[in-house]
Each structure stands twice: as structure tokens, then as C-alpha cells.
Design a protein around this ligand. Sequence first.
Ligand code: NAP
Length: 471
Amino acid sequence: MSVVGERSRMYIGGAWVGAATGNTMVVTNPATREPLAELPDAGREDVWRAVDEAASAFPKWAATPAIERGRILYRIYSLMTDRRDDLARAITQENGKPFDEAKREVAFATGYFSWFAEEARRVYGDIVPSPVPGKRLWVIKQPIGVVGAITPWNFPATMVTRKIAPALSAGCTVVLKPASATPLTALILARICEDSGLPPGVFNVVTSKSASVVGQVFLEHESVRKIAFTGSTEVGKRLMAGASQQLKRVSFELGGNAPFIVFEDADLAAAADGAVAIKFLRVAGQSCICANRVYVQQSIADRFIPMFVERVKALRVAPGFDAGAQIGPLINGEILEKVDSLVQSAVRQGAQVAAGGTRVTEGALSKGLFYAPTVLTSVREEMDVAREEIFGPVAPVMTFKDEAEVIARSNATRFGLAAYFYTNGMVGVNDPSGYTHEIPFGGFKESGMGREGGHQGIEEYMEVKSISIGM
Ligand code: NAP
């Protein structure tokens, strides 16, 4: 199936439609900055209608037996598997990540449908002993209602399926607003949902470059009972404040500032490979769980840092469809400038550039938004590059003396999403990629609230109801 069919319409109430105003927006390829597609730019009226459609579809979908909902989710899983190359191609085109990485993302994103297809049947309630005679007490779980979902551009498939699979499994209906940079993947997912037999209105996709207008409808429309958001902490806070007006349920997957700690007893080659994988090989560092600060124990810094730098210098920066590409473009000019200004300001404050440190503009790369994989040494915590989420291919390296010190420094951040360490001690983690469908994922502190994945993932989309029966 080609991606082209999805390119001019969005999906509302089971129909492929334009914006009521006729307005459109353009999606561009960050590797070339050429236009890829022209899509509807949904406004208030379109989003309101999408929520109405989701609200009309809700009672029937909620009443559909869980086993049947699970069967449809399993068909979505099968169709995603059949169309995995179309999905991966769309991801590389609109997001820029290397095609092999996009294929891995699609395989992972698909897994949320098989996991939650099975979980639909396992939403159990409780029978609770009554404290008084002549009563039966039940506790049941019910789908919460219409979900307004908002997703970012860094994982155009996974961020969507990690929300919609549990929501649909629970019996909720959904209006999704994908990132304006990466709506094509979401539209292919909508086509897959349509082809799977998912009833009209159960899943709707609105494409829009007016994110705050979409967010405002989700906050104002009384049928939206839950807002599921992945993105920046700042937007999350704004949505949370707005959601208080109608006490809507919210779940947030927000920013991170993950430490990556290398202790002196670690396998240094494995640690250097792990640091490269978790810092650079996920969307060129534009991931919320990327290592944002690398802490190396002083006693091994002279050995570890050159090993790490050598690996970083060997990374291949290239457009995503080039064979062997490892680092694709950044998503937009704003991120590119932010990454470069974090590097330049660190350098002005005394950081040393051990690799990279500039844009890459040679040959065909001059058309895109490429930044050289960068290692900074002599970094100090007060520098912005260590305090802020970098969201790019830059690794600030710092040294530490002992465990107590590095734990205190690692935790001295407003974020709390991911952390990594390499050691040979009793509790070795030594794994840069410990996240999977079967376990819940989510943040502490300003990194978010609520969990996605695991059996907890479905409960985010359910209300608990207590029933007391007089006998
Ligand atoms: P963002 O600016 O917050 O955008 C995320 C989504 O929210 C996009 O769909 C965006 O629409 C929309 N949006 C922007 N302003 C809005 C508003 N006022 N009301 C409603 N929606 C609004 O974040 P980003 O820069 O694209 O994404 C990067 C951030 O996401 C990072 O902080 C990263 O850590 C976080 N993230 C977290 C996780 C996690 O699981 N914790 C996963 C991935 C990313 P437009 O695209 O139209 O701007």
C-alpha cells in the first residue's frame, strides 16, 4: 500500500475529510526540507465534530464484549505487521530517522496492539466482604469515555499506539492529534484501523498546526473525559491547569534528563557501546529517555572517555534512506539552533569539544538539518547543557568520585524519567534498553504522571465503580 492515499485527508467519524475551512498545512522532510504532503489544518469546528463522533461511538464500543474488542485490536496488529514497510517509510520521510531504526520502531509500536488485545479480557473487578450483614459489595472497572490524545514527533508510531491500544482495549473512543511534523504515520494507522473493522468514530485523527486550538477543544468539550499527552513539560503543565476546570483525568509523558553513570568496575567497552546506543542511536538523541548527562568515575575517566569519543566519531550522519545511516537530521530548525546554542554556551563557559560541535553541511547534507554527534568534556552541572533536556546528538561528560556523590548529582534535577548505570557490583543494570510492552513506563517529578504499558496501562483509561447491593 502506498502512503500517498493518506496524504490529503484526515479521519473523522469513519470518513476521510478536509478541514471545514479548507485550510491546509504542509509536512516537510527534515532531511531535505522539501514538502512531502499537504494535509487538512483542522480548526475548532473540525475538532469539536471529531469529539462528537467519538462520543456517539462510545456507548456501543464500551458495550462490545472485551473479547471482541481484543479480536479487532489483534487484526490491527496483523495489518500493522503486513504494512510495516509503509509505516517505516513514512516515519523516515517525515521524522528523518534511519530506515532501519524506523523499522525497529514499527515492530515495537505494533507490539502494543498484541499486548492490549490480550489485556482487554483481563480487566477484573473485586468482590469485597461487606462490613455489615445483608450486603454485597462489588468493585468494577469501566471505560472512562472519550480520550483526547496528543503525541509528539520523535516516535510517530510508538507514541500513538502506546496510547490508543490501551484506550481502545479498555472500551474508550479516541480523538488523536499527532504532532504537526509527523501526521502521515498516524494517518496510515487510521487507515489500518478502518480496514480492521474498527467501527466508525471509535478512532479519529485530526491533523492541525494549531495545537493550542485542538488542546482547547479537548479541555472545553464535556465529552472528553481524559487527556493523554506526550510532549514537553511546559505544555503538559498548561493542559493540567486547563483540565482542572472540568476535573478531567490526565496522563502525561513529559521531558527527561537521564543520567548515564559509568563506575570504575564496569566493562568499559560495554559501557561505551551502551552510552552510544542510548545517547545517539535513538532519533539522533531526540528521545525523552536518552542519556542527557554522562557521569564517569574519575579513576577510569582517562580510559573511558577516549573509547566513547572514538565510537562517537565513527557514527555515520546521513539521510535516513542511505545505507548505513545512523544519525539522521534533527526535526526542525528550532531544535537545531537550540542544540547548537547549548553547545556554544557550554564552550564559552569552559567545556571542551572532544567530538563534533557543529552542524554538518557537506554535500547533500546541506539541504537538511544535520548536527554532528558531539561529546563535550569538562562540563559542569550549572551549564545549561547539563540542566536542560538537550534533545539532540550531544553528550556532556562529567566525572565523579564516589557513589553517594553521583547519586546525589544525578537526582538533582526537576525531571525523573530514566537512568542508566554500568558496574559489576551486586545490582548491575548494564542495559541501555530496558523498556518493553509488558512493564509500565512513565515519569516521576516533572517527567509526568500515569503509566503506559504493562497491565497498569489499561487502567489509565478506566474508572473504578463501587456497587453496593442490599440483599
Ligand atoms: P511539544 O511541543 O510539547 O509537542 C508535543 C505535542 O503537543 C505535539 O503534538 C504538539 O503539536 C502539541 N502541542 C504543542 N503545544 C500545545 C498546546 N498549547 N496545547 C496542546 N497541544 C500542544 O513537545 P515536542 O517538542 O514536540 O516533543 C518533545 C518533548 O516530548 C520532549 O520534552 C520529550 O522529552 C517529550 N517526550 C516524552 C516522552 C515520554 O514518554 N516521557 C516521549 C516522547 C517525547 P505540534 O506538533 O503542532 O506543535
